[in-house]
Ligand binder design. Structure first.
Ligand code: LLP
Length: 461
């Protein structure tokens, strides 16, 4: 199938780069007609465009290697992870940031080189540290003083000298949503610099013979639209590298990570710095702040998650009931919602939507797109300008590739969506839709005689 490149497509900056129109005027992704995809795989459906995913990976690798050749890009797996996804990202040369035993297991099963994996977490359990050490992760990022002796002992028992970074909390406000800000003093993440805890943690880490401290880490929050917080944070880290690491302990910070948190566009016209702008600001700040203190330049690693995955993913829903409350609001319900995308309910996140069947149709009304779950807060889009949607029409929500499926649930015992990867007119199912038997598979119900079965509301493979 060919797509009409010439036809103007609304929300083109939010949709995957392969988005276009089919000859019949439907939204096409990766050369596939989304209406066909919905028919074949059912809805809600998450469609990932391989071309966009590769382009985002390359864009970050390129931007950082141009600005700072001694750099590594790690994909933050929490944004979305599955084995096929991990393989695609790894094939572009990225490493991974993991935050749980589960993410480590999926990365291992995907055949990712574990030396390119960093383990994070403010509450890592012994079994997770054990798994990380024994599977040979490149770095474990120490998040608090408490885990240092525990990790030291686990590494020593395993006969491993484990590479670690120390995550500091620099006391910088990145002006993100309060639920996703992490660099301030009042945060559960990182060892605070200003209370003196960071210095104690450094001393404790250096005392552990089975830990090899490579350097320092910070992560300020997500998404960060301004560049200044990175610069402020880097200055705090450089002070610590000079005054504490070098001057008091005689250790060199060979590696530094400014974390991730790079923004993406969710709505038309959202101001979003390019990867090159983040890379330039970070590289310049590291050179300046390290240079001014006479410190040898560190290797840097960055951890983009959202900015790799978000734009590559589009959520497709079928439209259901319409409810008009005269003079108040028109609700148009879809067959997904907070179980596959909790972000609007949790953070008040705003999105755009378009009819996948007639993406170029002019807006006719302002409606609220409501999810199907049993909660008034389950609203996907507030006050969206859309053509008058019909029952059964296919609705597409761009920028759905990050923190949607990875935060999804079975609320109301719903079936989590299928996921397809599209490219060159081919669609590959990389996760099938859940069914009733999946919901019951983990019950320990000895009295059960027979198991039910069933598929998604819109069927599909
Ligand atoms: N590095 C660390 C240590 C992190 O904690 C995070 C995200 C990242 C990197 C990646 O941040 P990104 O580049 O994806 O912005 N659920 C929220 C986002 C939580 C982010 C948690 N940590 C959301 O849906 O917006």
């Amino acid at each position: 199938m060919t797509t009409h490149a010439a036809a103007p497509l609304p929300l083109a900056d939010l949709l995957p780069i392969s988005a276009g129109l089919t000859p019949g005027g439907h939204l096409a992704l990766g050369g596939c007609d989304t209406v066909e995809l919905a028919r074949r795989f059912g809805t809600p459906l998450y469609v990932y465009d391989a071309e966009t995913l590769r382009a985002q990976c390359r864009g970050y690798v390129q931007a950082f290697s141009d600005e700072y050749p001694e750099s590594t890009v790690l994909y933050a797996s929490k944004a979305y992870l599955s084995r096929p996804f991990a393989r695609l990202v790894a094939s572009e040369g990225l490493g991974f940031d993991a935050v749980s035993g589960g993410e480590l297991e999926v990365l291992r099963a995907a055949g990712v080189a574990m030396g390119r994996v960093y383990l994070h977490g403010n509450s890592k359990e012994s079994w997770e540290l054990e798994l990380a050490v024994r599977s040979g992760v490149g770095r474990i990022v120490i998040d608090n003083e408490d885990e240092i002796p525990l990790l030291g002992e686990i590494a020593s028992r395993a006969g491993v000298r484990q590479g670690v970074l120390l995550r500091l909390s620099p006391g910088v406000d990145a002006h993100t949503h309060e639920k996703t800000t992490t660099g301030i003093l009042d945060s559960k993440f990182g060892v605070p610099v200003e209370t003196g805890a960071a210095e104690r943690a450094l001393a404790a880490a250096l005392e552990q013979p089975a830990l090899e401290l490579h350097g320092l880490h910070m992560h300020l929050g997500s998404p960060i639209v301004e560049l200044a917080p990175f610069e402020l944070g880097i200055a705090v880290m450089a002070d610590f590298a000079a005054d504490v690491c070098r001057d008091r302990f005689g250790v060199e910070v060979r590696e530094f990570s400014p974390g991730g948190g790079f923004a993406v566009g969710y709505r038309d016209g959202d101001p979003v710095p390019e990867p090159s702008a983040y890379a330039r600001a970070i590289a310049a700040a590291v050179r300046r702040e390290w240079g001014e203190r006479g410190l040898p330049l560190p290797r840097i690693s960055v951890e983009p998650g959202r900015s790799i995955a978000a734009r590559a993913g589009v959520a497709l829903y079928h439209v259901g009931a319409r409810k008009v409350v005269p003079g108040v609001r028109t609700f148009v319900s879809v067959n997904g919602g907070m179980a596959d995308n909790v972000r609007p309910a949790m953070y008040g996140s705003r999105y755009e939507a378009l009819s996948a069947e007639r993406p170029t149709a002019a807006p006719e009304e302002t409606v609220t797109i409501a999810g199907k779950y049993c909660e008034s807060g389950d609203v996907l889009l507030r006050d969206a300008s859309l053509p008058r949607l019909r029952r059964g029409e296919l609705l597409a929500v761009p920028a759905s590739g990050a923190y949607q499926l990875s935060m999804s649930s079975n609320y109301n015992l719903s079936y989590r969506p299928a996921v397809v990867l599209v490219e060159g007119g081919e669609a590959r199912l990389i996760r099938r839709r859940e069914r009733a038997s999946d919901l019951m598979a983990l019950d320990v119900d000895e009295g059960a005689a027979a198991e039910g079965s069933g598929g998604g509301s819109a069927g599909g493979e």
